[in-house]
Ligand binder design. Structure first.
Ligand SMILES: Nc1ncnc2c1ncn2[C@@H]1O[C@H](COP(=O)(O)OP(=O)(O)OP(=O)(O)O)[C@@H](O)[C@H]1O
Length: 232
């Protein structure tokens, strides 16, 4: 299986400029790869640096040391030194991010919110909306809500719209940031199925999952981030 994502001796230290330049060392020498078709889960206690690693890969946090190499078509791109414009383009076609929370867009219906990433990748509106409805159905979002903007939906309903949006498009690399937090058992199982389908499609996934049951069902490997912790 080709390696899709490789973190090569990655390090991150936050510098608090408003607190006299105080340094908060987070991780160093982070070194692992994720292959196509596998789901790797980051483990370790709160504060170990799991979210910081995901955010560096997505380009939200700057990577201070090392390289974050991703395979994109036949090219290898280093996120650590990619220009902002290149990162935005990778987010459209190459790296997806499924977070716990939906960023609500006023006046846009749930179906359109879900379909949008697929339309951005070039699928026709009709086909993308049909796939969006199918995912909302699989995730047990009641049909009466599909044409409404999700702003007034319950927390769980918004989360399921967000999962549908995160899984609808094809990204060779998919980052999962607690996608099942506070979902019920039935919908957790739907997420497990969606992850299995992405594995079958050759997607490389890296996730944070505190839910032990889901973690056991989807993780091919668990990487304990504690080993990358910089001693205080
Ligand atoms: N933007 C930031 N500015 C300053 N410090 C930060 C920032 N983001 C994270 N940190 C610090 O980096 C450390 C690692 O945080 P991170 O959120 O990556 O941990 P985590 O393993 O994901 O924790 P949790 O399981 O609680 O979400 C923490 O000490 C945190 O305070």
């Amino acid at each position: 299986m080709p390696v899709r994502l490789y973190l090569n001796t990655v390090g991150k230290t936050f510098t608090m400029h408003l607190q006299g330049g105080t340094s908060i060392p987070v991780v160093s020498n982070v070194d692992f790869a994720v292959e196509a078709g596998e789901c790797v889960v980051l483990g370790g206690p709160s504060g170990a640096g799991k979210s910081s690693i995901l955010k560096m890969i997505f380009g939200n946090y700057r990577c201070d040391e090392g390289q974050i190499l991703i395979t994109c078509n036949d090219e290898i791109v280093n996120i650590a030194d990619a220009a902002p414009r290149q990162i935005l383009s990778l987010r459209q076609d190459t790296i997806g991010y499924v977070s716990q929370f939906l960023r609500v867009i006023p006046r846009v219906s749930a179906t359109e919110v879900v379909a949008e990433p697929l339309i951005a990748q070039g699928t026709s509106e009709e086909a993308a909306l049909a796939k969006a409805r199918d995912l909302l159905n699989r995730l047990n979002v009641p049909e009466r809500l599909w044409n409404l903007p999700p702003a007034t939906f319950s927390g769980g309903e918004q989360q399921r719209v967000n999962i549908a949006r995160g899984f609808i498009a094809h990204y060779p690399i998919l980052l999962l940031d607690e996608p099942t937090a506070s979902l019920d058992a039935v919908n957790r199982s739907v997420v497990v199925e969606l992850v299995d389908e992405k594995k079958a499609a050759g997607v490389a996934m890296l996730g944070i999952l505190h839910d032990q049951d889901v973690r056991d069902r989807i993780a091919d490997r668990i990487i304990d981030v504690t080993k990358f912790k910089i001693a205080a």
